[in-house]
Ligand binder design. Structure first.
Ligand SMILES: *Cc1c(COP(=O)(O)O)cnc(C)c1O
Ligand SMILES: [Zn+2]
Length: 423
């Protein structure tokens, strides 16, 4: 890993060599989240947009020279396996949705198309490679559901034992995924924040590798690949705005990191504004942004929302999450659960992407941003669709509220039902 220079603390800026610290800056305990720093000159000498254009690899691993993993290990694990198909998700133009919002250039980045149906595959893919690279026998994570499903699924692909902590309230589809993938699942009688703390304690006690969001500095490095893809898919013309749903803040921090990498390499000329969207019932980052306080000053709050994947009372990647919006001139917005649910059919009907509530929240955020004049009609805007609607069918049913007519199996009944429907 000659291209990785080390790890830098997001609080005090102290730098560490890889191997000197494993997860966080020792001076700040669990808050001392680390950034991975790269030797961009060395990377630029190995990789260029032109080379990428000729690369047949359609996955996040096309950016291996920009990832903090042992390349040989990653290639071996990814070769032909599910792990090898993470990333390079479609970026769909959405002209009808754009028109509805008075916009002209809108794209939806569809990460519901990942192997386990959420954006979390990008981070878990890195976790699986790191587990092997560092010689751990077991990897663990706490999760609201998707990070767990991602880890369990990608582990199953390479027969990697794993232990998963999820709140017992996690949606059934996500728990079903975990069990089907054969993970050792522990349903924590408490919130996601409780599950996180428990996992933090368990990992060193049992000698497991810890994938926990933010705590493990490599998770944002997997998530940053979505920013690379968006820019490459747009022919290296960075968009003006990227809209991101935010819970722990790892995705938004990762998107920012990806964009900063590309700017440092000189592959993009402008830095998009990043808009972070939180559910109104779980919006500590919006509060912190409005009050101008720093991530390390935030205290845990009670958090609730229909969008379970973005419920986090103490966002674990809060430092990177605030930095992403502040340094790009973006904003943080909150959207109600009603607006989130309404965004599910809006997105599905407007461009054919069926999103879970947390993912629909990003689109609800764009609706809000357009209404407030925070985006301009001619701007190029990308919305991340981070997870599949099939992850939480109960919420989708609430959103559509329809009870379709039951018909007898005759044409007459069909005719009559259609007359009633259209009248
Ligand atoms: C995890 C998740 C998010 C939020 O990501 P954070 O890194 O926690 O901010 C958004 N949408 C979906 C579907 C997720 O699973
Ligand atoms: Zn520090």
């Amino acid at each position: 890993m000659d291209h990785v220079l080390g790890l830098r603390c997001t609080i005090c800026g102290a730098e560490y060599a890889i191997g000197d610290v494993e997860y966080v800056c020792p001076k700040h305990g669990d808050d001392g989240i680390l950034d991975v720093i790269y030797d961009y000159d060395r990377i630029a000498a190995q990789l260029s947009p032109g080379q990428l254009a000729g690369d047949a690899n359609r996955s996040m691993w096309r950016y291996l020279s920009l990832l903090p993993v042992d390349a040989e290990q990653a290639r071996r694990l990814a070769d032909g396996a599910v792990l090898g198909s993470v990333g390079w998700t479609p970026l769909y133009p959405a002209p009808r949705l754009a028109a509805e919002l008075g916009l002209t250039h809108l794209w939806i980045k569809d990460d519901s198309r990942q192997p386990t149906a959420s954006f979390k595959d990008r981070a878990s893919a890195i976790a699986v490679v790191k587990t092997r690279e560092l010689g751990y026998e077991i990897v663990t994570t706490a999760s609201t559901g998707n990070a767990a499903a991602a880890l369990a699924g990608l582990c199953a692909a390479v027969a990697q034992p794993n232990v998963i902590f999820v709140p017992r309230t996690a949606p059934q589809a996500k728990v079903a995924q975990l069990l089907a993938y054969g993970a050792t699942v522990l349903l924590v009688d408490g919130s996601y924040d409780d599950a996180f703390e428990l996992c933090l304690e368990a990992a060193p006690a049992f000698g497991w590798y810890n994938r926990n969001t933010a705590y493990n500095p490599y998770m944002s490095e997997g998530k940053k690949t979505a920013a690379y893809e968006v820019c490459e898919q747009l022919k290296w013309q960075a968009p003006d705005v990227i809209v991101v749903p935010v819970g722990d803040g790892c995705i938004i921090g990762g998107i920012h990191k990806g964009l900063r990498d590309l700017a440092a390499l000189g592959w993009i000329e402008r830095m998009p504004r990043i808009i972070g969207v939180q559910a109104a019932g779980s919006s500590p980052l919006v509060d912190a942004w409005e009050r101008g306080i720093e991530g390390w000053e935030m205290a845990p709050v009670e958090a609730h929302s229909v969008a379970d994947s973005i419920v986090a009372g103490l966002p674990r990647d809060r430092i990177k999450a605030l930095r992403a919006v502040r340094e790009t001139g973006g904003v943080y917005l909150r959207v109600s659960d009603d607006a989130i649910l309404a965004a599910i059919p809006a997105l599905a009907q407007g461009c054919g992407v069926f999103a879970e509530p947390a993912a629909a929240a990003a689109y609800a955020g764009l609706v809000e941003a357009a209404a407030q004049g925070l985006v301009q009609p001619d701007e190029h805007i990308v919305v991340l669709a981070t997870g599949s609607g099939l992850k939480d069918v109960a919420s989708a049913m609430k959103a559509v509220q329809a009870s379709p007519p039951v018909v007898a199996p005759t044409l007459d009944a069909v005719r009559q039902a259609l007359t009633v429907q259209s009248s």
